[in-house]
Design a protein around this ligand. Sequence first.
Ligand SMILES: Cc1cc2nc3c(=O)[nH]c(=O)nc-3n(C[C@H](O)[C@H](O)[C@H](O)COP(=O)(O)OP(=O)(O)OC[C@H]3O[C@@H](n4cnc5c(N)ncnc54)[C@H](O)[C@@H]3O)c2cc1C
Length: 387
Amino acid sequence: MAETISNEDQEALILDTLEKFLERDVAPYAQELEAEDKYPEDIVGKMKELGLFGSIIETQYGGLGLSASTYAKMIERISRVWMSVSGIINSHLIMASAVQRFGTKEQKNIFLPKFSSGELRGGLALTEPDCGTDLQAIRTFAKRDGDGYLVNGTKTWISNAIYGSCFALLVKTDMEANPRHQGMSLFIAEKGPGFEVSRKLKKLGYRGIDSAELVFSDYRISENCLIGGKEGQGFVHTAGGLELGRINVAARGVGVSQAALEESVRYSQQRKTFGKPIGEHQAIQIKLADMATKVAAARALVENAASSYDRGERCDMEAGMAKLFASETALENSLEALRIHGGYGYSPEFIVERLYRDAPLLAIGEGTNEIQRLIIAKQLIQRYPAK
Ligand SMILES: Cc1cc2nc3c(=O)[nH]c(=O)nc-3n(C[C@H](O)[C@H](O)[C@H](O)COP(=O)(O)OP(=O)(O)OC[C@H]3O[C@@H](n4cnc5c(N)ncnc54)[C@H](O)[C@@H]3O)c2cc1C
């Protein structure tokens, strides 16, 4: 009789395998690769072997078919060691999830197995030099041309842009549409003639993973690559992936916050001032207590949002709260960790220096925290209408 494995056992097995990989193949190299802003090719090769590029893709397409809850726990663990590694799969999987949720049968059959294996890797190309938050203002235009389109425009800050080969590309297919979102479409765009990486972008943190500008000049794309096969759905398809994206970013925040806490607890037991470890001074104890409490609260918010997502419920408010709180906690904890390390916290030889540079991205990506507050408030008002 075939043995069945419970979801809990499967999750434990996956997290255990992941932790071994992180300890053996990522932790010893993270500081150096980050300092040199070098793409972690060996790590990516091992991530392929582990099937991480297919984490949430359905098993029928070669993926691991994991729930958002398990996936969030994986992202937390990865980010505890090196946040950049989580970015390599996060935006790739948001692209994959757009195809999985909204793609035609043919698109799923063609792309999802290649996304799962990591043969095709990439991300999400939404932001432009003149707009990020106000996505409906994008200028990249796909003009009908026979049985395809010609795309012209520029995208910026695109993660995985240099080493990835395939992107969910948000464009306008009707510049005059009113409301504006009805003129937006999402394509699966593979690199080819007219699709150029124009420059690599330098960053405060989140190094190792490539961020670059993409330029499209009469880039020809087939109508078969229009996700869902119908124009005008791009904004809805993009927004549909943002809940998962925000849960991802929140999970990264928990990982960074937890790492800052662990580094601080360890250091506060080693470093002595006035004849005793600094962890015995109450001023440091209060910091550690606050940091630990916030990590636990952030993790609970992520679990709440992820399980709501797994139940198929609308969870923009829950994902927004998790993203807001976990990213602000990452900012606060990384700063406190730096303070606890005194002068050493300011040195790239200590991990907390990297955490402090990585954390701010979490307040910006997948919708800034200002916007998360607006989403939460809007939902609150909708869910609790005045009587
Ligand atoms: C390292 C990195 C990686 C990234 N990866 C990707 C990627 O892979 N793909 C991609 O498409 N993009 C990516 N981005 C872009 C990112 O999503 C945008 O930077 C983000 O959405 C903010 O857009 P913006 O930078 O244009 O800021 P703006 O939209 O110009 O906002 C500027 C400020 O105004 C505030 N603001 C704007 N509108 C309002 C409002 N209505 N009410 C209140 N406040 C408001 C914002 O919160 C912010 O504080 C990445 C960015 C970085 C730094």
